[in-house]
Write a protein that binds this ligand. Structure first.
Ligand code: GLU
Length: 485
């Protein structure tokens, strides 16, 4: 639907109403690296919006940067999105009515739309070299003007163009931005926006090597694929007026855009390696579970009615564009760890067992699996924690912590002689064992439990002592108590 151009020098794009039109959102990554927290938050919000509205979520691969795009990054991002459970109904890997979904395969589509712009005189070849453009930008900057294309090639006649062709110059294709216009749109997150077209400057939509340029392919594909809503990072906000002008010139409908605040570090700067600049691969390898990332990211720059743990379907049901914040979203590792603890606390035992990995599988006897999981779950946030406890309970080389040496020394050998005696009598029957030990030694509370725990596990904190006692092979328990006598 072409916009209403009658408005004095300004135009508005129609508002899609979520009730009358199937919502279609997309994630459009450039496969030039692995997906990071920021990308997957964008993917997540678009997926949640589609799901919330019973719409469709599309995955489009923006691989027009031939030098930096790599097939292995495409494979990795498909894998990451699937691991996260961010399923798409249409797009790369699954196909759909607007295939192909990789921009590198859509050259013929773009050729047609370049042709259309050419036919209405909305584009022109630009022969300016990168060095000339840099010079012109510099001149504008020193004159205190915002850098924008000076229009050098905007009005070349045929003879001038031919002369440049003959010199062997390969032109880019520039979009002719209409002068004196105000581009207005209502951003889904940031509200009404106005941009003067005179500040934009004619921009490149096809590179000198014939490659399609981002502004163009991104806008054309959104429109052709029927995308109704685009949630993306606010670094794209100033691209939007350009893209709206392009779509207007092509007579193509535009989606609604919402520009989300970027994720920043605790101090407000860009994410660093210490502060959340992690790829999904790294987080997965570290043992993060997908629902932890989802629960965390869905709340990073978006507010839910309540702060409790939510299943992915609940995250979608409670998602609202109106709850997206404009303030920068600060990465907070403590929050991410909080949700990780929540997932580990909730995961089915079988799933946790697989997640704990081969070092645990090798260490823990098969018939103790369930008990082991129950014992260490509250003390486990990552597989490494489970490995730690598997070693402490079922062998492996380890030395007691300093705290536990102190606790053992404080209790003294006589305490452990009694402990051995009660163990011989009651074995893993925890209640009678501690009652009798209390009676025999007079120790109670911390003085009773701490040395016992320290002797049995080499730590002063850890899984419930009753569970530890039940899990420890009797000869191991006996040896550890003897070692303290
Ligand atoms: N390929 C673009 C990016 O990764 C997509 C931007 C957008 O969502 O429109 O930044």
């Amino acid at each position: 639907m072409p916009p209403d151009l009658a408005a004095v020098g300004a135009f508005r794009y129609h508002d899609f109403t979520m009730t009358t039109q199937t919502v279609k959102t997309r994630f459009a990554p450039s496969p030039t690296g692995y997906l990071h927290l920021g990308n997957i938050r964008t993917a997540l919000f678009n997926a949640l919006l589609a799901r919330r509205q019973s719409g469709r979520f599309v995955l489009r691969i923006e691989d027009t940067d031939r030098e930096r795009s790599r097939p292995e990054y495409i494979a990795a991002l498909l894998d990451d999105l699937r691991w996260l459970g961010l399923d798409w109904q249409e797009g790369a890997g699954v196909g759909g009515p607007h295939a192909p979904y990789a921009q590198s395969e859509r050259t013929a589509v773009y050729a047609e739309y370049y042709q259309r712009l050419d036919a209405v005189g909305h584009v022109y070849p630009c022969f300016c070299t990168p060095a000339e453009l840099a010079l012109s930008r510099k001149a504008q900057q020193s004159a205190g003007q915002p850098p924008r294309y000076a229009g050098t090639c905007a009005h070349l006649n045929e003879v001038e163009r031919r002369a440049r062709w003959e010199r062997g110059l390969q032109p880019t294709l520039r979009f002719r931005v209409p002068p004196g216009r105000t581009v207005e749109f209502t951003d889904l997150v940031r509200g009404p926006q106005r941009f003067a077209s005179d500040h934009i400057g004619d921009f490149v939509i096809r590179r000198a090597d014939g490659g399609a340029q981002f502004f163009f392919v991104n806008a054309v594909d959104d429109s052709l694929m029927g995308i109704t809503h685009v949630l993306r990072g606010e670094d794209h906000l100033t691209n939007t007026p350009r893209q709206l002008l392009l779509l207007e010139a092509l007579g193509l409908p535009a989606p609604e855009y919402g520009h989300m605040a970027l994720i920043v570090g605790a101090a407000g700067g860009p994410l660093s390696k210490r502060e959340g600049d992690f790829s999904v691969r790294e987080l997965r390898a570290a043992g993060y579970l997908p629902e932890a990332l989802l629960n965390y990211l869905a709340r990073l720059g978006h507010r839910y009615e309540h702060d409790e743990w939510m299943e992915p379907a609940e995250l979608a049901a409670g998602f609202a564009v109106a709850h997206l914040g404009r303030a920068p979203a600060h990465y907070d590792e403590a929050q991410l760890l909080h949700w990780q603890t929540e997932v580990v606390g909730r995961a089915a035992p079988e799933r946790l067992w697989t997640w704990m990995g081969s070092m645990v599988h090798e260490r823990v006897p098969p018939d103790r699996r369930e008990e082991f999981i129950a014992a260490v779950r509250p003390n486990t946030r990552f597989p490494a924690d489970a490995v730690f406890w598997a070693n402490r309970l079922f062998g492996g080389d380890w030395a007691p912590s300093d705290d536990s040496r102190t606790a053992i020394a404080a209790a003294g050998p006589a305490f452990f002689a009694q402990a051995l005696a009660v163990y011989a009598e009651y074995g893993a029957a925890y209640r009678p064992l501690v009652e009798d030990l209390k009676r025999r030694t007079g120790a109670k509370g911390k003085d009773l439990f701490m040395p016992l725990r320290a002797a049995l596990t080499g730590e002063t904190h850890g899984p419930e002592l009753a569970r530890v006692l039940a899990l420890l092979p009797p000869d191991v328990a006996r040896r550890r108590l003897e070692a303290c006598c």
